[in-house]
Design a protein around this ligand. Sequence first.
Ligand code: DLL
Length: 435
Amino acid sequence: MTQNYYQKEIETMQREDMRKLQSEKLVKQVKHVYENVPYYRNLMDEKGVKPEDIKGIDDLHKLPFLSKADLRDAYPYGLLATPLADCVKIHSTSGTTGRRVVAFYTQKDVDLWEDCCARAITAAGGTNEDVCQVAYGYGLFTGGAGLNGGSHKVGCLTLPMSSGNTDRQIQFMMDLQASILCCTPSYAAYIGETLKEQGYKPEDIPLKAGIFGAEPWTEEMRQGIEATLGIKAYDIYGLTETTGPGVAFECSEQSGMHINEDHFYAEIIDPDTGEVLPEGSKGELVFTSLDKEAFPLLRYRTRDICMLSRKKCSCGRTLIKMAKPMGRTDDMLIIRGVNVFPSQIEAVLLKEGYEPNYQIIVDRVNNTDTFEVKVEMTSDRFTDKVRDILAMEKALAAAMKTMLGINPTIHLVAPKSITRSEGKAVRVIDKRKLV
Ligand code: DLL
């Protein structure tokens, strides 16, 4: 495949030049943050670091880390670094107020984010000749908006489908001859299965490439999707806190994702000690935004376990690569692309008058995540009337949907029937083998 780049100069920049660019940007970013975000100023003052101490990337390790707990403490405006009047939008992850992450964007932030997604689409072979079907969710989730913006920048004809309504997805795909599909890998697999059931062969499908991310997926899953849809399937990574999708993207080599390191500087740390680990080590991925205006993050701990590599890439890009995330250092689950914390389930149960005795069972059947929550009935609500149980299950599922944004299947079980191993309940049974 001939290589196309969206911003060639950056994507193929010599390492020393990139480091210089990163250093210059970091110095400015730290100053911006220190001057405009009292929360950060306190963190830096506590650590005894002043903006003048940061002269370049080599000094990055002097800065304090930022964690999800800080985002929670500072919710909603505490980390905002520009006047609200300069912001043009927000995105957010699901959850309680305590868990919710709200990210703010100025127009310049939106622009750099869309550039990152445009790089990903171009690396997957996208040009202005393409029809790009965006089947990530639109709305607060970053997937739809990010790829939509990237697709516009590349000049593709953009189909803003959002997720769901698979028959309509297929109709538009066929009628408008979509050539690039952007969605979660599990949804891509589901669309593939549906096309197959409807009698389409890979050669009947107009797609040539897919850009799939937001959740872990395996090499086997890639091969399956590529075979059913007759495409090349590329991984894309990102998180709401940093902007959304496009922090890193796969190229024709399909072995790890290039990090847009002119905007996001990556480190790998030991999650227990915080020590920065050498290239090639497995540890927690930490990002520093280098030029975001509204919601800059210095040394943000993603909780994703990962590895970095500077091995030369056959696509010609010199941007550092990250491996597929290999798990998390916290208990966050990603179910049908939605981030779910067991503590959110617990919060709903308590609010609805249940004891927090529950078990989350996640599996993947026909490439779709199943999400079941077993909940013990309380003795005062215990009943064996099927109709009453079904009504209670329905009400609890609705309350969970409101909190999480996705619908679990609730199974109410008898009090004290959920196994306690060594006195401690096993809260999550994840049967998917994703990493
Ligand atoms: O998932 C942003 C995104 C949208 C990425 C569309 C790619 C495509 P959040 O909802 O904030 O943002 O979830 C971020 O999802 O910390 C990882 O644990 C996980 N994740 C994202 N991309 C991948 C991927 C979006 N390609 C969290 N592989 C991150 C594995 C991923 N995990």
